[in-house]
Design a protein around this ligand. Structure first.
Ligand code: SAM
Length: 233
């Protein structure tokens, strides 16, 4: 992978970015995504935020090499602190992290007013998609598009959310399985939930064999198993 040839996962993330957006990519690592968006002529301004010095340095080098030094700003900062009000950012991308970390980054930034003016969030949690969707619904966003794909035998979900003019309702099934993904139920979705079912059944067996019973956890896992089975049936 490089700035000219993104991974299939980052390619899909990039496809969710609207033309002429002003994008902040948080946790940019090597900055491939933002440089690629600029190279494609898709964005006019970008911020690459990174909290760790090593990846931040590689983002700086990548941006210098690309010739977009004045148009893409690399910032060593935690989460949405990388965004300054004068950037006029309208789209935030957070990809390749756990859902709980993504949620915490969004919460912290929301409290600091960093999402004022942001219309679109493009999020790719590696796990914990449910926590991300819960946060979105609770903070005035609606899920506009979702994608699920498999790359190197790993399954990834990508969520594009936009600010909603009115409160959005969601049930637990939509939060767990995805609004659009649940409607579509494509092959990768079925594969993901077969794998999740296997894991849940394994956990359930282990809980039943355990010396110390944990009835609460057993009930929780039993309900997850029956929900997955219903969705797959
Ligand atoms: N976004 C890229 C992608 O999807 O390929 C890189 C993903 S990499 C696994 C996660 C990156 O997020 C790492 O470079 C890590 O240092 C950075 N990161 C983790 N927590 C962060 C935070 N609170 N603020 C900014 N960057 C963070």
């Amino acid at each position: 992978m490089n700035e000219f040839q993104l991974s299939k996962r980052l390619e899909k993330v990039a496809s969710f970015v609207a033309t002429d957006s002003r994008v902040a990519d948080i946790g940019s690592d090597h900055a491939y995504l933002i440089v690629s968006l600029m190279t494609q002529g898709k964005i006019e301004y970008g911020v690459a935020g990174e909290v760790v010095k090593g990846p931040f340095q590689s983002a700086v080098e990548q941006i210098k090499k690309s010739g977009y030094f004045g148009k893409i700003h690399a910032r060593l900062a935690s989460g949405l602190d990388a965004i300054h009000s004068e950037d006029g950012i309208d789209t935030v991308v957070i990809a390749g992290m756990g859902g709980v970390l993504i949620r915490d980054i969004l919460s912290d930034g929301f409290q600091k007013g960093k999402l004022e003016g942001v219309k679109t969030l493009i999020l790719q949690p590696n796990v914990g998609e449910m926590q991300v969707r819960e946060w979105l619904i609770d903070h005035g966003f609606q899920v506009e598009e979702e994608a699920i794909l498999i790359e190197n035998d790993k399954i990834y979900e990508i969520i594009k959310a936009v600010t909603s003019p009115s409160p959005v309702q969601a049930n637990s099934r939509q939060l767990r399985f995805g609004f659009h993904l649940l409607e579509e139920k494509n092959e990768v979705f079925v594969e993901k939930w077969k794998r999740e079912l296997e894991t849940a059944e394994f956990v359930s067996r282990k809980l039943k064999e355990a010396k110390t019973p944990n009835p609460e956890k057993e009930l929780e896992i039993a309900s997850t198993i029956s929900e997955i089975k219903e969705v797959l049936s």
